[in-house]
Design a binder for this molecule. Structure first.
Ligand SMILES: Nc1ncnc2c1ncn2[C@@H]1O[C@H](COP(=O)(O)OP(=O)(O)O)[C@@H](O)[C@H]1O
Ligand SMILES: [Mg+2]
Length: 309
């Protein structure tokens, strides 16, 4: 491999008393990649991100960050930045004062720190002189991101950064992260929602109860042979139901008394149904998966893991 991975974790375990928070986690994050860590509440996301930030130490396993085994000094103290469980901020200070204090805490100089630049990047210039006490959760998240950017980190670790963001705020954060990744910064961010990560991440690692249940490109997750529930609205629901019952591989889930038929089917069987509907002169007015293919794959994988416990 030419360039070292930003994160290389093998067999990471971490327990809190009797609770096994991480149970043999492997994670690879390439340089310049935005990698999504996704899983239900309690899956172990925050614990794992805390290890990447050096806030805690794993019980066993190996962890290399930016090519250096954890425990040895990284190439620079500012190489990794981010937050878990929400950014730590002083409520009685303004946004700018918070950033200045953080710059000094990290051994920098408040006067020369890129405070105005990072505020602008996250879209908080207008509220730079307002006290953080009055900030919404979304504004705090963006200020946390600004703080992480003060040092131009090579690895950025963000725990549920989309929490509390409105659609405009989300877009803003997405733009910042995409630009950073284009410049070579690696980003690991967590979410409990799959749809959150679709727009941003090329690769995801899905964790459930401390184990990896999927890792790889999003395109591999939603494969065509997956069987999903689809809603089909037609011009003649009676005929549609009859035709659906005749196609091999299709199971009618719902649609006894409604215009909308819900069927469970793999894609080829669904294609066959649509062809037969059109042939029979029945118009297809709407056809969509009940939940997105990615969300469905996520739910299937994480529920499976939980029922194995
Ligand atoms: N400091 C801690 N003390 C005790 N248990 C903890 C601690 N941190 C996390 N846990 C437990 O470890 C598991 C994983 O938690 P966490 O990493 O916060 O999950 P997530 O961020 O995916 O919601 C949970 O069962 C949680 O209760
Ligand atoms: Mg968490």
């Amino acid at each position: 491999m030419d360039t070292p991975l930003a994160v290389r974790a093998r067999g990471i375990t971490k327990c809190f008393g009797d609770v096994v928070a991480l149970d043999g986690i492997d994670l690879d994050v390439a340089q310049g990649q935005i990698h999504g860590l996704v899983g239900p509440n309690g899956a172990g996301k925050t614990t794992l991100l805390g290890l990447l930030l050096g806030l805690a130490v794993a019980d066993s396993g190996t962890l290399e960050i930016l090519g250096t085994p954890v425990g040895r000094a990284l190439t620079g103290p500012d190489a990794v930045a981010g937050f878990v469980d929400g950014p730590g901020l002083y409520p009685s200070l303004t946004a700018k004062q918070n950033l200045a204090a953080l710059a000094v805490l990290r051994g920098g100089d408040a006067k020369t720190a890129r405070i105005d630049d990072v505020l602008d990047e996250v879209g908080l210039t207008d509220v730079g002189d307002d006290r953080v006490r009055g900030f919404s959760l979304g504004m705090r998240q963006r200020l946390g991101l600004a703080a992480a950017l003060l040092t131009k980190p090579r690895l950025l670790v963000l725990d549920e950064p989309s929490n509390g963001l409105d659609p405009a705020g989300k877009q803003h954060v997405h733009r910042v992260l995409t630009r950073l990744a284009d410049d070579g910064t690696s980003v690991v961010l967590s979410s409990h929602r799959m749809d959150d990560l679709e727009a941003l991440c090329s690769e995801v690692t899905i964790v459930a109860t401390g184990r990896v249940v999927f890792s790889g490109p999003l395109s591999k997750l939603a494969t065509e042979n997956q069987e999903l529930d689809y809603r089909i609205r037609t011009s003649d629901s009676e005929a549609a139901r009859r035709l659906a019952a005749d196609v091999a591989g299709i199971r009618v889930v719902d649609g006894q008394d409604t215009e909308v038929l819900v069927v469970s089917a793999p894609v080829p069987a669904l294609d066959e149904l649509v062809a037969r509907l059109v042939q029979a002169g029945v118009a297809v007015r709407e056809l969509a998966p009940v939940v997105s293919p990615l969300e469905a794959a996520f739910l299937a994988l994480t529920e499976q893991q939980e029922s194995n416990q």
